[in-house]
Design a protein. Structure first.
Length: 134
């Protein structure tokens, strides 16, 4: 986004002209993606070279993604680290009922199948109609 940060102490960064600070360790991977892991919460945010961002919770599960066009997706996890809720890029909210049944919030629409969320934020759906992850 063009912001400049300056190092004001060990793993502490400040945006000049503001009182906002960011505490965490930075990592630049071989693809040019820049990640920061918060020192206190252990949450991380990755800025990808394509302009998208991926936020992970302290367990490493993806909790939100903003693609390069600004569309956002959010994911909720339970204490067993299972995906139990999601907000898709179209704004629809889905809650896992049981097994492989998902209910669209505010409707009676049910989606069946399992979901896999890759570490890069790619979401794949597998159902009886489509037995391969897509």
């Amino acid at each position: 986004n063009g912001n400049v940060l300056e190092n004001v102490g060990e793993n502490t960064w400040k945006s000049p002209g503001t009182s906002e600070t960011l505490n965490g360790a930075w990592q630049l991977d071989k693809n040019g993606d820049l990640s920061i892991k918060d020192s206190k919460s252990a949450e991380s945010l990755t800025h990808k070279v394509d302009g998208s961002t991926v936020m992970r919770n302290s367990d490493g599960n993806v909790v939100s993604i903003r693609d390069r066009d600004g569309r956002e997706r959010e994911f909720k996890w339970n204490e067993k680290k299972e995906l139990v809720g999601m907000k898709l890029a179209d704004g629809s909210h889905w809650q896992k009922l049981d097994g492989e049944a998902w209910l669209k919030e505010g409707s009676t629409e049910i989606m069946r199948g399992s979901f896999k969320l890759d570490s890069d934020g790619s979401l794949h759906h597998k159902s009886e109609a489509s037995p391969h992850l897509n």
